[in-house]
Design a protein around this ligand. Structure first.
Ligand SMILES: Nc1nc2c(c(=O)[nH]1)N[C@H]1C(S)=C(S)[C@@H](COP(=O)(O)OP(=O)(O)OC[C@H]3O[C@@H](n4cnc5c(=O)[nH]c(N)nc54)[C@H](O)[C@@H]3O)O[C@H]1N2
Ligand SMILES: Nc1nc2c(c(=O)[nH]1)N[C@H]1C(S)=C(S)[C@@H](COP(=O)(O)OP(=O)(O)OC[C@H]3O[C@@H](n4cnc5c(=O)[nH]c(N)nc54)[C@H](O)[C@@H]3O)O[C@H]1N2
Ligand code: SF4
Ligand SMILES: [Mo]
Length: 734
């Protein structure tokens, strides 16, 4: 009998922190404890509240443990939580795989392979679980390609437009900062392992400023909270740049040596006077001036920009403008200065080897398939292919949907359209999941998935610079299987003869760590991953990327001395590449159409923030009682003046609505929002009164860069429910 042991795993939830998690496994093979690895320099021995309770999730009595198919005649549609299994019957894996392969073959023959759509995001950000065998499978099949825009492409494209790379200030260097701006970044809620470094800096006198329309946990503990009007960050950043230039507070040397387009920028920011920007952002002109002067005077200054500001119609431009600030003041030169949005660009995994896009040419299409934007799933399921004329169409309707790593019925915008699509009786839907969710309510087949304790993977991070090995700690529960296993098996059932569908997890890891090939075919030296092999990772578990500066005893400062991968080779204030795409080469402020200052402002008067929950991970964990207790979901934060104008008191039941939908929540007047702004957080539909969550109100409009969703450009109205209306709701009020 094996001894109790400790296994090194990595939390695979979609979080910048990618924590090193030590799992204690007893002699019977059961995990008895999870803890943050004290030896990991960013995890530092603690886990967030969500994952500290992880064994409640792994061993939940609600885990999906067997493949199932919808019973003959059982209609698709929302099921009360806990009753989902009633409409399914258990089948074996063999039967499930055969059924799926058979249906995909028929659908592909009748409608073409592009009528098959994968839908996945970041249920796991383990490298293999996120995208490897699945991509091979869909490429070889000729399925539509999913444009995975739901989270970060807008901000990512913005960062790349200025610097050419997704690199940022090292998390561990925040301890050296003297001025920290959390800009659309709820550090305490969404990125808690940065917090100890922020606190360390503050103990040494640093100031923490939070720019966020919502009074988050982070804002409440900050030195200065600036509640900006949603969607107006570009105006603020441009106003700050104007002051920095006007008052000579910028770094002339850095600007001259390392930036491109300064003269154009200087002229361009002229209209953004403090008074003008105050009118746009709701921030007093004196505060804008003070912020600019403090930011320039406190060396080193760092900005933690997270993905909050880019979930807005002009969020790409806003993120671009914010990204320019550290280049203007030369903050990159200093240890602890700069900006962090993402660190993911440093890992440079060999994605071509993992995902095998070359297999597209072996598909029946013999060409790359069409691209479908995941942020417009409602459109894809209800309109795509509906009115096509031969030859110039957008391709066939979606006839099969394979969902894994995602819960689209809860997280995709314009939910009523998504649900209408999922209800289609002619849509064949397969969902690979750990639990019955809002999405499995529309599945023909559900398949049980492993948690990160139950499979092996490797993982980079978007909030630190360590590459890690996540070992398998326990055997899969029931008949749960990993994403890699599922798509390898499906490939074989489809009769794909390429040997890559038989690759093992270790093969895949070796391929991911192989050097990226260069255009001319010669292997490129990938200095950050130099010498990091599977064997080495296996032995050391967590390895810091190998930065040249650190080899010689220095610090990794990504843009201290250039290092940009932009067309000009400089940090770009002016982007010719954007101009060539017909986009504005310099960032300018435009209000989102759906905002109080925008073109669509007449219909509904309140700005809506459909936020993430502090104690869930998007929709993950929302079904677990311990997490629900920490979160108290189902509230809409309102300002006292907006509430009283509508005869609403704290804890009243209200309807929040717009032209796309309505949801039912309890008013919460807690001082977290300014007049004209209301906020509520993500939950499961089936756990929400009225049966829909915040995404019943969000739209499928896309952002200016990166084709992303615009969750935070949403207008609503709120009205009080009558006592009669508050009765007989779904789910019933206890
Ligand atoms: N607890 C918890 N942690 C998570 C997640 C979760 O759901 N729960 N999700 C994970 C995921 S998927 C991601 S992508 C990261 C994202 O982490 P963040 O980028 O921090 O994500 P958000 O909470 O969307 O946005 C951050 C803040 O931006 C604010 N904001 C909204 N609109 C605006 C605006 O117009 N201007 C400004 N300045 N701020 C605005 C919001 O009020 C919010 O507090 O977090 C990850 N971590
Ligand atoms: N209103 C609003 N909507 C949002 C957001 C918001 O802030 N507000 N945030 C957006 C953002 S930033 C993101 S990233 C998306 C997130 O959207 P999703 O990526 O869909 O995130 P989750 O809701 O966490 O759902 C992930 C699902 O994957 C499952 N899963 C976990 N691990 C595995 C695995 O190994 N295999 C399989 N097959 N399944 C697994 C989990 O059980 C879970 O149900 O939501 C977006 N939607
Ligand atoms: S969700 Fe984030 S903070 Fe929590 S354990 Fe996972 S990586 Fe760490
Ligand atoms: Mo995300």
């Amino acid at each position: 009998m094996p001894e109790p042991r400790t296994v090194h795993t990595v939390c695979s939830h979609d979080c910048p922190d990618s924590c090193a998690v030590l799992v204690t496994v007893d002699e019977l093979g059961k995990a008895t404890r999870v803890q943050g690895d004290p030896a990991h320099p960013v995890t530092r021995g603690f886990l967030c509240g969500k994952v500290a309770k992880y064994l409640d999730r792994v061993y939940s009595p609600s885990r999906l443990l067997y493949p199932m198919r919808r019973r003959e005649g059982a209609p698709k549609g929302r099921m009360p939580y806990g009753r989902e299994a009633d409409v399914f019957e258990r089948i074996g894996w063999d039967q499930a795989l055969d059924l799926i392969a058979e249906r995909l073959r028929l659908i592909s023959e009748e409608y073409g392979p592009e009528s098959i759509l994968p839908y996945s995001y970041a249920g796991t950000i383990g490298l293999l679980g996120y995208g490897s065998m699945d991509r091979r499978f869909f490429h070889r099949l000729g399925a539509s390609r999913l444009d995975r825009t739901i989270c970060s492409t807008t901000g990512g494209d913005a960062l790349v437009s200025v610097y050419g790379k997704k690199l940022g200030t090292d998390t561990e260097h925040f301890r050296h900062a003297r001025y920290i701006i959390a800009w659309g970044a709820n550090i305490h809620g969404n990125n808690v392992h940065l917090w100890p470094f922020v606190e360390e800096a503050r103990r040494h006198g640093a100031k923490l400023v939070v720019i966020d329309p919502y009074r988050t946990r982070t804002a409440r503990t900050a030195d200065w909270h600036i509640p900006i009007q949603p969607g107006t960050d570009a105006a603020l950043a441009l106003g700050l740049m104007r002051i920095l230039i006007e008052e000579g507070l910028y770094d002339r040397e850095y600007v001259a040596e390392h930036t491109h387009g300064f003269e154009a920028l200087r002229d361009h920011v002229q209209p953004y006077t403090p008074e003008h920007v105050a009118g746009l952002t709701g921030i007093a002109a004196a505060d804008i001036e003070r912020l600019a002067r403090e930011y320039a005077a406190s060396v080193p200054a760092v900005i933690r920009m997270n993905y909050g500001i880019q979930r807005s119609q002009n969020g790409g431009t806003a993120a671009r403008a914010v990204c320019m600030l550290p280049a203007l003041i030369g903050a990159w030169k200093h240890l602890g200065g700069g900006l962090q949005l993402s660190t993911s660009g440093a890992f440079a995994f060999n994605n071509a080897a993992l995902e095998r896009p070359d297999l597209m040419l072996a598909s029946p299409l013999q060409r790359p398939a069409r691209i479908v934007n995941m942020s417009r799933l409602g459109h894809a399921l209800t309109e795509l292919g509906a009115s096509q004329t031969e030859g110039q169409a957008d391709g066939p309707p979606v006839k099969a949907l394979l969902v894994y790593n995602s819960n689209p019925a809860a997280i995709a915008p314009n939910q009523n359209a998504v649900v209408r699509g999922l209800m289609r009786s002619d849509l064949f839907t397969v969902v690979h999941e750990q639990f019955f969710t809002d999405t499995t309510d529309y599945a023909d087949i559900v398949l049980p998935a492993t948690t990160f304790l139950e499979h092996k993977d490797i993982q980079g991070a978007y909030g630190h610079y360590y590459l890690q090995m996540s070992e398998q700690a326990i055997a899969p529960l029931g008949e749960a299987r990993s994403n890699v296993w599922l798509f390898g098996q499906l490939g074989q059932r489809m009769g794909f003869t390429e040997s890559c569908f038989r690759d093992t997890v270790d093969d895949l890891i070796d391929q991911a760590l192989a050097p990226q090939p260069r255009a001319n075919g010669a292997p490129a030296a990938d200095p950050t991953r130099d010498g990091i092999t599977r064997e080495k990772l296996q032995a050391e578990k967590s390895i810091r990327l190998q930065f040249a500066a650190e080899r010689t005893g220095g610090f990794f400062l990504p843009f201290a001395n250039g290092g940009f991968a932009t067309p000009s080779g400089k940090a770009e204030f002016y982007s010719s590449a954007l101009a060539a795409q017909g986009l504005e080469p310099l960032p300018a402020f435009h209000p989102p159409d759906e905002s109080r200052q925008g073109a669509d402002s007449h219909a509904f008067p309140l700005e809506f923030l459909p936020r993430k929950a502090d104690n869930y991970m998007n929709s993950t964990f929302a079904n677990l009682p311990g997490h629900q207790k920490m979160e108290s979901p189902g509230l809409v934060a309102m300002h006292a003046s907006d509430a009283s104008a509508r005869q609403i008191r704290d804890a009243d039941w209200v309807e929040v609505y717009n032209a796309r939908g309505k949801i039912l929540l309890r008013a919460h007047i807690d001082g977290s929002v300014t007049p004209g702004v209301v906020a509520a957080s993500l939950n499961w539909n089936k756990l929400s009164r009225g049966g829909s969550n915040v995404n019943a109100l969000t739209s499928e409009r896309l952002t200016d860069l990166g084709r992303g969703p615009t969750f935070y450009s949403t207008l609503v109205e709120v009205r009080k429910l009558t006592p009669d209306e508050a009765q007989n709701l779904f789910p019933p009020i206890d």
